[in-house]
Design a protein around this ligand. Structure first.
Ligand code: GLU
Length: 464
């Protein structure tokens, strides 16, 4: 059976790269009717925090990447790790390194100065005396493995030295614990970031020493910013712009839909056989193929994320969109009915929910503008005032109950067609919004309501 896993360390908020790796693991497992496991690698007691673990679990659920079975907490597997370590020590495959931390630091410094490979070949091995870190005896052999994305990869184990397995019997380190856990949970495919490529030969050596079957490997490309450097915090926040940001929660808070983020992340390093760009999770399960994952870094294109999110926002019904928008409009406490109208008004142009506060500001605040802005190309103030007053007369005749796009447009459009659309509709729109660009005047009037629309138009006529 195909079995994959995501193995995050709860030492920080979930990174978008981790979420993308989780997605690829999920898609691959589901495509082959396999299982997708979640292993929390919490062996680093100092850096692991519950807050980060909850962030990871919450974001996986939010994205719809539900894992199979119970969560595997690496720390709880400590007795098993200990048994494996004792086995390796007993068989003489591992040993206690008697070098002090100072000696090792000195050796590393020397290697850095000489620009040679950082490693430790121990000449002070001890099979039985506890104390000092536990290392795997280097067998000096070539390690060759076939990476599904990168093809054949060769490492010379000579360059690895005697790798550290654990700080002591109760404190295994990442490579050892990961190799042990992948084996015991029968992981068939290890799909992870390219930054772990150099860990793979170490894990293979550990598997071989313990007589474990080797899983298949696929190292997915890193996510890069536009300048092709590794995507990091300094590339900005998704709320402020479209440049990037690293934590999944930031994207959630900025108002990206989980289905849009899934859609976008799938395209970070993978592309379908055709040029299709819009996918739901179910389509992705069908279409996803590790063989179509590229080797080169995946550039994060914030504009594309926005347009994908815009697409998914457009698929929502206004009442649903209104629920998403509500938290961003808290400052004005609008009624549910009003939010639905606002949702409808901006649905097509929203790239993310956080934009709604600014887009809709003119609805809640009286527009401030220069009276010149009311004048359509070359139109005189008198003529413009006259047009606004004509509109006022029409609107005053309409009742508040039937004051909607249809009724206002039906009354005003024939006149606008006769007088000139620009001359009638431009000043009307500016009177309502004070903006150069906005949705059309009839839609806006429906949101503002009869009284407020009339007030704003009166104010504008008064300015001329
Ligand atoms: N805890 C490691 C990480 O979060 C797991 C890497 C792996 O998948 O083996 O990067």
């Amino acid at each position: 059976m195909i079995k994959t896993r995501i193995a995050p360390s709860p030492t920080g908020y979930m990174h978008i790269g981790n979420a993308r790796t989780a997605l690829f693991n999920y898609l691959f497992a589901k495509k082959y009717h396999g299982e997708f496991l979640l292993r929390i690698e919490n062996t680093d007691l100092e850096r692991s925090k519950k807050e980060y673990e909850l962030d990871i679990l919450g974001n996986l659920k939010w994205l719809g990447l539900n894992w199979d079975g119970e969560i595997i907490y690496q720390r709880e597997r400590s007795p098993v790790h200990r048994e494996y370590l004792e086995k390796l020590l007993g068989e003489g495959k591992a040993f206690y390194c008697r070098h002090s931390a100072e000696e090792l630091a000195g050796e590393q410094k020397e290697q850095q100065t000489n620009k040679t490979v950082l490693k430790h070949n121990c000449d002070h091995k001890d099979k039985s005396l506890a104390g000092g870190v536990i290392r795997l005896k280097n067998q000096n052999k070539k390690i060759v493995f076939n990476d599904i994305i990168r093809g054949e990869v060769t490492f010379d184990s000579e360059l690895l030295g005697d790798i550290v397995l654990a700080k002591n019997l109760n404190t295994p380190l990442y490579n050892f614990a990961a190799a042990a856990d992948d084996h015991d949970t029968e992981i068939s495919h290890v799909i992870r970031g390219e930054d772990h490529l150099s860990n793979t030969p170490k894990q293979i050596l550990i598997q071989e020493a313990l007589g474990f079957k080797r899983p298949d490997y696929a190292h997915v490309p890193l996510i890069l910013a536009k300048d092709r450097s590794k995507l990091s915090k300094r590339h900005g926040s998704p709320r402020l712009g479209v440049a990037g940001g690293t934590a999944v929660t930031e994207y959630k808070n900025a108002g990206y839909l989980p289905q849009a983020l899934v859609n976008f992340m799938a395209l970070l390093g993978w592309h379908p056989a055709d040029n299709r760009e819009i996918f739901g999770l179910e389509d992705l399960i069908k279409e996803f193929d590790l063989a179509r994952v590229q080797k080169a870094g995946a550039v994060f294109d914030g504009t594309k994320l926005d347009s994908i999110n815009n697409y998914h926002i457009k698929q929502l019904v206004p009442a649903e969109l209104a629920q998403y928008l509500k938290p961003y409009l808290n400052d004005h406490s609008p009624s549910d009915e009003q939010i639905i109208k606002i949702a409808h008004l901006f649905q097509d142009r929203l790239n993310k929910f956080s934009e709604i506060a600014q887009l809709s500001a003119f609805i809640f605040n009286q527009p401030e503008y220069d009276s010149k802005m009311l004048l359509w190309k070359g139109a005189s103030p008198e003529k413009t005032k006259n047009n606004l007053e004509t509109i006022l007369m029409i609107l005053e005749k309409l009742s508040g109950d039937s004051f909607d796009i249809d009724s206002t447009a039906t009354e005003i459009m024939p006149l606008a067609n006769k007088t000139g659309r620009g001359e009638m509709l431009w000043p009307l729109r500016v009177a309502l919004t004070g903006l150069e660009k906005s949705p059309g005047p009839f839609e806006i009037m429906e949101v503002l309501g009869r009284e407020e629309s009339i007030n704003r138009i009166k104010k504008a006529a008064g300015k001329l």
